[in-house]
Design a protein around this ligand. Structure first.
Ligand SMILES: [Zn+2]
Length: 104
């Protein structure tokens, strides 16, 4: 049987923000109470909460793994942008204004 772990489960439409907040511990007071109550009766939102938690922990470990200095990356990105820019100009050939009368 296939696990559906990778399929993001969406909470009820009106619960999205609440479930998300609950998963990162930023939900308090009546909203928290309400969400907890809803989770008791709604398996979809329970599953969604688990999904949010998994996503957050994955995101965190990803950020931890990539928290090294990224100056090299930035340089490479600027180079790439320059490349793309040149390529774009090469593909365009001439200024757009000049090739207006090329058809006909
Ligand atoms: Zn729900």
């Amino acid at each position: 049987m296939k696990s559906n772990e990778m399929v993001p489960i969406k909470p009820c439409k009106h619960m999205e923000a609440l479930v998300s907040s609950l998963s990162d511990g930023s939900l308090h007071g009546a909203a928290r109470w309400y969400t907890m109550w809803h989770l008791r009766v709604c398996s979809q939102c329970r599953a969604a909460l688990e999904g949010f938690k998994t996503l957050r922990s994955r995101l965190k470990s990803f950020q931890d793994a990539h928290s090294e200095p990224r100056i090299g990356n930035q340089e490479a990105m600027l180079k790439k942008m320059d490349e793309v820019d040149k390529q774009f100009k090469a593909e365009q050939g001439v200024d757009p204004e000049i090739k207006c009368d090329s058809v006909g």
